[in-house]
Design a protein around this ligand. Structure first.
Ligand SMILES: [Zn+2]
Ligand SMILES: [Zn+2]
Length: 356
């Protein structure tokens, strides 16, 4: 095992860091470059994407939000320095990372249920994220990427893994009718993952035509603009009266929520991937569904290490298209414009990326 002294020592002592100092108060600061602990690595960030979760956290509406902290859980970069106990990575490696580290030792981890880890360490709740020049993360979070994969695309492995996990949670069988509600980044990625499971019909419901067009490119058999057509009537017509076997609920908020049960076939499954704007939100469920119609509601949040590795492999193989989601690129200095573009979806923004 190499000692840390044998690796190139970072000459840079300070770095630019976008710090959330208090709810909705951001500042670009100069901070000391952090030093990796024995099982950690220092990564120089190449690309980091803004996510809807960042806005919820920044506003202090997430239970686990802390201040000050640094956001950015979707990123890629190059390993700059390794702790003395790290054997799976070396300086110079091109990498991406899961947004969280699981302990591997608790009961949930030992059962392979990493997303339910009792000692989870997640960006930005326990670990500072990638909206800064360099960050330190546990090496267990980090995955090597192929030389041919761009840093921009690699940064979107995290949302791709979320989409993949949602489709897998739905247990979609070939020939089933699948409806995706919400063509946001996760919805568009869940749709791509669902398409690989050979559904009979794959329907995207949304309000923005340009995103519905993208959904068609990603494998949707039908798209419905819910502002122009009644979504229930449309789904029933497309599925010849059966309804959806699986609904992947990937956005739309509470007002869209009840639509899931209205379009669901008996014995259908609703996969709830969307994050409400508040952690204490309670959305109604028509309880009769559970009994008379044998409906299941399945929650999904995050992904396992295996699902992350699979999503990365699918991106590298060109089977999941994350590049088409990247609409805007900014430097860290232009963070105000970057966040505004992402939040207000200006100029058709889907994924907004910081290039460092
Ligand atoms: Zn995210
Ligand atoms: Zn654990």
């Amino acid at each position: 095992m190499k000692s840390i002294m044998e690796f190139p020592i970072v000459k840079q002592t300070t770095m630019r860091s976008l710090v959330v100092e208090a709810p909705n108060m951001l500042a670009l600061c100069e901070r000391p470059v952090p030093h990796p602990g024995p099982t950690e690595v220092l990564i120089r960030v190449a690309a980091a994407a803004i996510c809807h979760t960042d806005f919820v956290t920044m506003a202090g509406q997430h239970d686990a939000a802390r201040f000050p902290s640094v956001l950015g859980h979707e990123f890629s970069g190059v390993v700059e320095m390794c702790g003395e106990g790290v054997s799976n990575l070396r300086p110079g490696d091109r990498v991406t990372a899961m947004g969280f580290a699981y302990c591997g030792m608790c009961f949930a981890c030992r059962c392979g249920r990493h997303t339910a880890c009792e000692n989870i360490g997640a960006i930005p709740f326990h670990i500072d994220g990638a909206f800064q020049e360099m960050l330190v993360v546990p090496s267990s979070m980090v995955f090597l990427i192929s030389d041919s994969l761009s840093f921009e695309e690699a940064a979107l492995t995290e949302p791709a893994a979320n989409g993949y996990a949602a489709a897998e949670r739905g247990g979609i069988d070939a020939g089933e009718n699948v409806v995706v509600i919400g063509p946001g980044p996760i919805g568009l990625l869940a749709l791509q993952a669902a398409a690989m499971r050979q559904p009979g019909s794959l329907i995207m419901l949304g309000t923005r035509d340009e995103r519905l067009t993208l959904a068609s490119r990603f494998g949707a058999t039908d798209t419905v603009n819910v502002r122009r057509s009644d979504p229930r009537e449309a789904v029933m017509e497309i599925t010849r009266g059966k309804g959806a076997d699986v609904v992947l609920f990937c956005g739309g908020g509470e007002e869209t929520w009840m639509l899931s049960s209205r379009i669901l076939a008996p014995y259908g499954r609703v996969v709830v991937e969307a994050l409400p704007d508040r952690c204490d939100a309670c959305w109604p469920v028509p309880i009769f569904d559970f009994t008379a119609r044998h409906v299941s509601y399945l929650g999904v949040c995050g992904f396992t290490g295996s699902q992350f590795a699979t999503a990365l492999r699918l991106i590298e193989a060109g089977k999941m298209d994350v590049g088409s989601l990247i609409t805007h690129r900014f430097s860290l200095e232009d963070y105000e414009e970057a966040f505004e573009t992402s939040q207000k979806r200006k100029e058709g923004a889907i994924k907004v990326i910081f290039k460092l």
